[in-house]
Design a binder for this molecule. Structure first.
Ligand code: FPP
Length: 249
């Protein structure tokens, strides 16, 4: 685990609007998802230069299995192709990639690409990208609770480690595109004190400038973590922002 990630911002992105973007242009929804992959690339490129150490991208929720089979297959295929063809570029760019979410329901070919990408990018130290696939925050919390009831120590940092599957900083900022304003079961535990940024921009149109705009808005917020505005101004509140710690043996 590169500790450098923990001192930089953790941004979560709910990449919404691919389907509407395509429909607005008279294109099949699958092409919206393809254009969404391009936007993902742009954001990964821009993030390290903007003080972002961890980027968690919501690529497929556990509720997305309810979509038509053809669209689910398209999304799984896109992820597999992306990992197969671009992992070497992630390595060159110093990007560490991990998948969060269930793996047992994913196509075997995608699972193999994930294992390969995680192994190949493990030493990346410029940006930690966490792709949320077959991900449900409530299921992640339940799974952590099950570990606790099986005897793990119950501390907040330890529980965070179980929920996140790694030592990951609390989320600083959640961005959701396409004008929707909800969390949709995304990092509910880790986002307890996250700032929220909603934009009308459809995900396929999202650029590094949009990320900069979101971070500028974030920079203008006063994060108080329960303290008063004057305490927060003295940075008393900042002590609250802690990365998860390893679970006690
Ligand atoms: C939400 O838009 C988007 C998704 C369910 C899929 C997001 C996936 C990608 C952007 C591809 C990610 C790929 C890589 C390689 C990281 P929507 O389809 O719900 O749009 P709509 O609300 O307009 O229908």
């Amino acid at each position: 685990m590169q500790t450098s990630f923990l001192s930089k911002l953790h941004v979560g992105v709910i990449m919404d609007g691919n389907g509407r973007w395509a429909t607005q242009q008279g294109l099949p929804r699958g092409l919206g998802h393809e254009a969404g992959v391009d936007a993902t690339r742009r954001v990964m490129e821009a993030a390290p230069g903007m003080g972002v150490g961890t980027l968690t991208l919501f690529a497929f929720s556990s509720d997305n299995w309810r979509r038509p089979d053809e669209e689910v297959a398209t999304l799984m295929h896109l992820l597999e192709i992306y990992l197969r063809s671009e992992t070497h570029q992630l390595v060159e760019k110093g990007i560490r990639l991990n998948l969060i979410g269930r793996r047992d329901r994913l196509p075997p070919g995608l699972r193999e690409e994930i294992d390969r990408a995680e192994a190949m990018t493990a030493a990346g130290d410029r940006l930690h990208v966490r792709l949320a696939v077959d991900y449900s925050a409530r299921d992640a919390i339940l799974a952590a609770a099950a570990r606790i009831s099986a005897g793990e120590d119950l501390t907040r940092p330890g529980f965070s480690r179980l929920v996140s599957g790694d030592i990951v900083r609390d989320v600083d900022l959640v961005i959701r595109t396409s004008g929707e304003q909800r969390l949709s079961d995304f990092m509910l535990w880790e986002s307890a004190y996250a700032e929220l940024f909603f934009t009308q921009r459809m995900w396929p149109d999202f650029t590094g400038e949009d990320l900069a705009e979101a971070l500028a808005a974030f920079g203008g917020r006063q994060r108080r973590f329960g303290t008063t505005p004057s305490q927060a101004a003295l940075k008393v509140a900042a002590a609250h922002t802690m990365p998860a710690q390893p679970v006690a043996a």
